[in-house]
Ligand binder design. Sequence first.
Ligand code: URA
Length: 217
Amino acid sequence: MPKSPPQTAAPLIPSHPTLATLREAASECKACDLWKRATQTVFGEGSRHAKVMFVGEQPGDQEDLQGHPFVGPAGRVLDKALEAAGIDRNDVYVTNAVKHFKWEPRGKRRIHKKPRQPEITACRPWLDAEIAITKPEVVVCLGSTAAQSLLGPKFRVTKRRGEVIPFTQCPYVVATVHPSSILRVPDENARHRAMADFIEDMRKIARLLQEKGLLAA
Ligand code: URA
C-alpha cells in the first residue's frame, strides 16, 4: 500500500495571511493529536517587523496555561540573556517549532515530553508562515527541536552552535542551546558558565544585526 503523505497544518494556512489571521487559524489546529491534551494553541508573538526570530521547542506548562510563548522559567533565562546582549524583547519575534504543549502526568505535575518528528512536521507550516510574514534577518533556533525542524533531523546543535548559516527562508539561521537546558545544569558554577555562553551567543546575534545596521551599537 502506498504510504499516505504526513498530515500537516498546510491546508489551514489562510491565503494572504497576516499574523492575526494566522493566529486565529492556528487556534483551531488539529493537524496532529497534541491539541487534545493542551489547554490552547500557543502562537508566536512579537514585532511584525522583527529582525530576529527566536524559535523554541514547544510551549511549557506556564505557556500552555497563559497562552504566550516563553513566559515561564525558560523565558526568564531568555529575557536575561537578551537584556545582557542589548536586545529588546519588544523588538523580536518569539515562537516555537510545535505550538501545543506535549506532556504526560507524573503525580499532580504535567511533565514536558519531547515532540516526535511527525508532530514537528505537522506544525512546520505555521513556522514557515511566521517567517514569511515577519521576514527576519536571522532565525535563532533554541535547542535541537527547533534546529532540526528548520535544518533537518541530522543537524547537531552540539557541533554547529553559534554558526551563522545562510538559509533559504531568510538570510541566516543560528542555532544555540535551549534556555531550559541551562536551568537543568546541576552544578552552580557550570550553570553560570552555561549562562555566560548563552549570553555570548546572544551578543554574537546582536553584533550580526549591528553589522547590517539593523540594531543600534
Ligand atoms: N520552552 C520552549 O521551547 N518554548 C516556550 O515557549 C517555553 C518553554
